[in-house]
Ligand binder design. Sequence first.
Ligand code: ZN
Length: 298
Amino acid sequence: MFYFEKGKIRFIRGGRYPACNSVFIDDEIRAVIDPASDERTLLAIHQERPIQVIINSHCHEDHFLFNSRFPDAALWVPSREANGFRSMEAFLEQFYESGNIDEKARTAWKSFFTEVVQYQPREPDRLLDDGDILVFGESRAQVLHTPGHSPGHLSFHFPEERVLYLADLDLVKFGPFYGDRESSIDDTISSLQRIAAIDVDVYLVAHGREGVLDGDPAHIQRYMNVIYAREEKLLTLLASGPKTLDEITAEGIIYEGRTLAGGAWDLTVSERIMMEKHLQRLERQGTVRQEDGLYHRV
Ligand SMILES: [Zn+2]
């Protein structure tokens, strides 16, 4: 039933988007972090003895997919992203700036969140911040604020078990995702540097085929290097002459022409936002400058 166990920690693997892996703490207080893995397993656990707490590492649909199945469990969420759990409008704000809305995309997403994800607004019962200690019984987790992927993104450190749950700092080959309005490349890098310094035996992550890795910081370094490789490709492209953001997006440096089946996700939108964030970062560093909508390598 469990792909990984250590102490009171159990790991439940999920599938592809909109699923993710879950961490189940089978202690005095039964808790699940990111209940978006396998619905049948989660409900079987709940039937055996109720899950009292559900925790979300951040406010993304592929992490709260089955939140609505546990209306009686307490909901603990990152303080910085609490509003996204309170209302669909606030949730959508992460992706679409009000006043600058692609209505068609917004409508498609809204029906996906309502029908597939079964988004149900609710008031969180506890707001989590960096340094908070969560006591489940024998096992305890320290909350780490690891922003970048999203502004309130949390990781969870179980010091006794020497396990670190990294959620969407997911160490997959593809590399980090920072394609939301409020994502930050610089914060992603700082968060990765921070977690790399924590000495543990095991990394658990929300996505990827395995989801369980040995606690070797080389995994984190490799993942971080994807950011620099993307940046190198972008600089090489600009060395061939100034480009508009549309032209840069069309290169597909990040997604390499991939598409995603199902859902309402248009990867070119993510490609564009992520490239824009790279360009802004390079402008801050002084290696790129923008003039009349054209990006020049300095
Ligand atoms: Zn996410």
